[in-house]
Every structure is written in structure tokens, then in C-alpha cells.
Design a binder for this molecule. Sequence first.
Ligand code: AMP
Length: 282
Amino acid sequence: MTLEVVRTRAGIREALGAAPGLVPTMGALHAGHDALIRRSVAENERTVVSIFVNPTQFTDRADLAAYPRAFDDDLAVVAAAGADLVFAPTAEEMYPPGFATTIDVDALSRRWEGASRPGHFRGVATVVAILLSLIRPARAYFGEKDYQQLQIVKRLHADLALPGVIVDCPTVRDPDGLALSSRNARLAPAERKAAAALPQALMLMAGLARNGVRDAARLERAGRAALAEAPRIEIDYLAVVDGATLEPTATIASGSRVLGAVRLGGVRLIDNIALPAPDSPA
Ligand code: AMP
């Protein structure tokens, strides 16, 4: 028998053999989660869905308490999608007495959701690192809906040499454009109607970029003006950023993205859209 020596990160992962697909969620599963689970089922021998309302990523106790929980319905969604295993730990199981390690993905966590919800991404990065270490998936599926989270997960996954690959999945939307979110259930009917203004503002900005507007400030003004017309919406941020660093950009370039967050009554909604590069075909 020859002893195999592996010298690359990719090589050692491959040598470790078969591993499942993983879809980390906080439950209250909707068609967005369903799409991630079905993709994992299609691409992996086995799929694990984690359902864990991670307390450390909530900066507001009331938000944690109000977060929807629907475990029995979730099990039906997971089973119908064809996944094999649900990992549903308690908070004590995830964070046993003496737990002391946290992960900060500094630069990427500072702005946007990180500024509005201090500590949020420390909670996200830490729980994702635990899940990836524990389950050692071949592929872990994350939604573009949470774009900043996705970039942070990709960074920590690369930096800590965590197993598998991170697969990004497109945002699933309702017919009026609103990105599906477990929080949408908390919108009153009039708020739900007004909420479509967020994706519409993003699409307006992408349309302007497609038509040659390259000045980020001009795009942001147009998006803000569109949101100002919608009833009940308060803008938290609306910004044109570099899609990799998430730093604000003055001029649209390849990979530019708009990130937006609004408040509607007591509910906070986020969304984002890719901007076409200046020289891409219309
Ligand atoms: P959550 O349960 O909100 O923590 O979300 C679990 C995973 O589902 C995350 O990777 C999210 O980005 C993803 N996700 C949530 N909503 C959507 C959506 N509308 N479309 C696609 N992915 C989503």
C-alpha cells in the first residue's frame, strides 16, 4: 500500500470521500428554502437541512421572540423536497457551557446589515463555521437574498479552510417581485402591498444602469425617490456597492450590486440586485 500525501486544501477534501449537501436554515421554510433544498437533493447523494433559530445572530430580543417557528410544517417541506436528514439542535447543544469562540469576518461585516445590527454577523459566521465543521458537507447552499451574509460565508469558508464548496442560489420571489422571507408573514396586508416597492426600486436602478447610467449617486437618488412614493416605507440603506468587497462605489463597474434595507411597520426587509456591467448587452 502506498501512503498518499496530499498537499492542497482541495486535495485533502477530495481524499476524505463522500459528504452530504447542507442547507442551513432558521426554519419557517418557504419556496426560497425549498429551492435550495431541491438543488441540494439534485446535486448530492444525501442532503442535510439544519433548522436552528440562532439566538446569537439576533440583536433584538423582541425580533428573536417574534421570529416565526413552524417545525412540523418545516418537516413536511423538507420531506417533500426529498432531503434525508434534519439537524435541529437546541441552543444549549450548539453553545454548550463554556462556549467561548466567536468568528468575526471584519471588513465585510462592518457596513449595511452589520451597521444596523451590531453583532449579527458574528453570530452568523460562528454558527455557519460550527455547522460546516460538524457536518462537513460537500456543498453548502446559501441564498443570494442575503447577499452580505453570502459574501461573509464565502470569506470565512475560504479563510478557515472549511470543507466543501459554498453554492450560491438565486433569490426566489413572489409574483410582484418581493423576495420571499420568513419575515413577510409578519407584514399586515397594506404593508405587504407596499413592500413590493423595494424590489421595484432595485429593478428601476438596474434598468437605468442597463440604459447607460453609470453614476451611483444618480441611481441611488432614483431608487430613493421611487421608495419615497411608497406608503409606510422607511429606508434603512440603499447603496451601490462593489459586489465582492461590499464597499460603496461611485461608478458602476463589473460586479456592482445594489443593497437595500427598509422598515415597514415593525418589520425589516432586505433585498439586492446585480447591476449590469456598463458594456454588457442590453
Ligand atoms: P434563513 O432561514 O432566513 O436563515 O435562510 C436560510 C437560507 O435560505 C439562507 O441561505 C438564505 O439566504 C436562503 N433564502 C432565504 N430566503 C430566500 C429566497 N427568497 N430565495 C433564495 N434563498 C433564500
